[in-house]
Design a protein around this ligand. Structure first.
Ligand SMILES: Nc1ncnc2c1ncn2[C@@H]1O[C@H](COP(=O)(O)OP(=O)(O)OP(=O)(O)O)[C@@H](O)[C@H]1O
Ligand SMILES: [Mg+2]
Length: 256
């Protein structure tokens, strides 16, 4: 078996390890700083475009389509920047432990499902949720929201209209299991190990057209790491996929 990154690092001389850590911090800072610097100019552009479009004046009518497209693209860039900033916040928090509040996962999932149904709209997916209402998680609610929403919204995005999406939240073998099963397009075997990498998409054109940044599962992976949880992906092309997150006992809280 290949050594893990931690095992590799431990086998290197201390000076080399320090240098690698320094470079890694520089990379993280660079991404965070660029993202932060881009935020203000984008907000200004977005603001001007919004007021141009809302004024609805005769002289701007011939440009309306162009302004609308510009506005959509600024929104895409803003989403990208927010995701990059979230990712660098998750990366730069030194301790690998997310803070521990008791999170009512069932309520969280119900709220996300409601948004997912709105997102599905005309496609009319059949979204079903089965959850143990007494099963809570000790974790960070906003991080967990990002994790669950991305997996659920992916199921909607990559499942054709009228498809089925089943969400489960259960306690099995002293662990908490969150799973999402869809009847969607599926993922070919060779892509599965790579889809949690930043910007990795099986079909870049399709994913971009659906408005994604390609950072969702990279964020999900970091959140899982910070909650000592694991992700397994099972999928079959043209049949569907199942994403399962398993949280350890110390993250589980049973409410009586
Ligand atoms: N349920 C699914 N069915 C089929 N393919 C999937 C599924 N979930 C993820 N994928 C594939 O994995 C890729 C990465 O997913 P990820 O969530 O990281 O990015 P995204 O959905 O394209 O964008 P976003 O950052 O908005 O989530 C997707 O582009 C898609 O190709
Ligand atoms: Mg996604």
């Amino acid at each position: 078996m290949n050594p893990t990154i931690h095992e590799l690092m431990a086998s290197l001389p201390e000076q080399v390890t320090h240098h690698i850590q320094h470079l890694e911090r520089m990379r993280q800072d660079f991404v965070a700083n660029v993202s932060h610097e881009l935020r203000t100019p984008l907000t200004v552009m977005h603001g001007y475009l919004e007021s141009l479009l809302s004024q609805n004046r005769d002289e701007t009518q011939p440009w309306k389509k162009i302004f609308t497209q510009m506005q959509q693209q600024t929104i895409r860039m803003e989403n990208l920047i927010e995701d990059l900033l979230l990712l660098s916040r998750l990366e730069s928090q030194d301790d690998e432990n997310a803070i521990s509040e008791a999170v009512d996962v069932t309520s969280l999932l119900k709220a996300i499902c409601h948004d997912a149904e709105e997102f599905s709209a005309e496609a009319k997916h059949h979204i079903k949720i089965q959850a143990d209402t007494k099963l809570f998680l000790l974790g960070n609610s906003s991080e967990l929201r990002s994790l669950f929403s991305n997996i659920i919204f992916n199921a909607v995005k990559y499942t054709p209209p009228d498809g089925h999406i089943d969400i489960q939240w259960h306690y099995v073998d002293k662990k908490s299991h969150f799973s999402v099963c869809d009847t969607g397009i599926g993922i070919a075997k060779e892509h599965i190990p790579r889809i949690t990498e930043r910007f990795y998409r099986v079909d870049p054109a399709r994913s971009r057209a659906s408005g994604g940044t390609g950072l969702g599962l990279a964020i999900a992976k970091h959140v899982l790491l910070r909650h000592q949880a694991t992700l397994t992906i099972e999928s079959e092309l043209n049949k569907g996929s199942q994403f399962t997150c398993v949280f350890p006992l110390q993250r589980t809280k049973k409410i009586s």
